[in-house]
Design a binder for this molecule. Structure first.
Ligand code: F3S
Length: 288
């Protein structure tokens, strides 16, 4: 039986994460006492590598003074406005690696708030990106994550609304939730802020899972976009495995199948994807 191994073109770092990680490595080379505000990505091996280069993590602005911070780097998820202001008042160098697509959402919610619209963010209330977006809203803000929450949502009478989305949200679920909200409000402006990188990665994963006997989704255990990829793939391919790296998978499983598809979340580094891909390829060679 010849195994067919296919790696998704969209597996791994998206534009915003690559930009943020590159910015941290660049600061590590040129500055002292560099810290990131929260782990730069949900990936232990990258965080450990950065630590070996002297880049550490703080999670609270109050830690800036205690740690003699020289440079603080905001990750791609962004931060609430008050956090950015607090950092800037600490007189440290602030490197803002907020993804430009997330920054665009800040501009939308701020300007639409100025126009008198309340904001609905479709996403997970506890996700740092949503925390950040909430922190740029200047009117009432609601966070809705599910169809059920949308059905139960109690809106202020006749208040115009603006709906945006967490960049990594599932586009089908987004549409369903928007349909529910627009059916119960009069004046709703909908801005689909789901990032194309996520949509393309999800669509490619869906197709690959449909065509594969086994599907491997590589991502950090705390990475919500990797978890979403896993759910999409599991729906189409019952032999879908969520792994953090090659060590998490028993490659002998592949002996019983014809095809394996591989995808990875936005925070999975290339070297980890390559290792998994190479070990699958090795199976192909061994089985000849
Ligand atoms: Fe930015 Fe899209 Fe990545 S919003 S961080 S390029 S998933």
């Amino acid at each position: 039986m010849t195994l067919r191994v296919r790696l998704a073109d969209t597996a791994g770092f998206c534009f915003g994460v690559k930009r943020a990680v590159d910015m941290v490595y660049q600061e590590a080379e040129t500055s002292n006492n560099v810290y990131t505000f929260g782990p730069i990505i949900h990936n232990e091996s990258v965080v450990n590598d950065l630590e070996s280069k002297g880049v550490n993590v703080i999670n609270d602005v109050l830690e800036i003074k205690d740690n003699d911070v020289g440079t603080i780097i905001i990750r791609a998820h962004g931060v609430p406005k008050k956090t950015l202001d607090a950092m800037e008042s600490c007189k440290v160098k602030v490197v803002d690696a907020t993804c430009p697509f997330v920054r665009k959402i800040y501009n939308i919610v701020t300007s639409q708030g100025n126009e008198g619209r309340d904001i609905i963010i479709i996403g997970s209330d506890t996700h740092p990106e949503v925390e950040g977006i909430k922190g740029w809203c200047n009117t009432k803000v609601y966070v809705v994550e599910s169809e059920e929450e949308a059905n139960n949502l109690e809106l202020a009478d006749d208040k115009p609304l603006c709906i945006v989305s967490q960049t990594t949200f599932n586009h089908i679920k987004f549409k369903n939730i928007v349909d529910i909200i627009t059916s119960k409000a009069k004046d709703v402006m909908v801005v689909n802020t789901i990032c194309n990188a996520t949509k393309e990665r999800q669509e490619e994963a869906y197709k690959l899972a449909e065509e594969s006997d086994v599907m491997l989704v590589i991502g950090g255990k705390n990475s919500s976009n990797s978890q979403k990829l896993y759910n999409i793939c599991k729906d189409k391919c019952k032999n879908t495995f969520f792994i953090q790296n090659a060590k998490d998978f028993d490659f002998s499983i592949l002996d019983n199948y014809n095809s394996v598809g591989i995808t990875a979340g936005a925070s999975t580094p290339n070297n980890i994807i390559k290792e998994v891909f190479d070990l699958c390829q090795k199976k192909v060679l061994n089985n000849y």
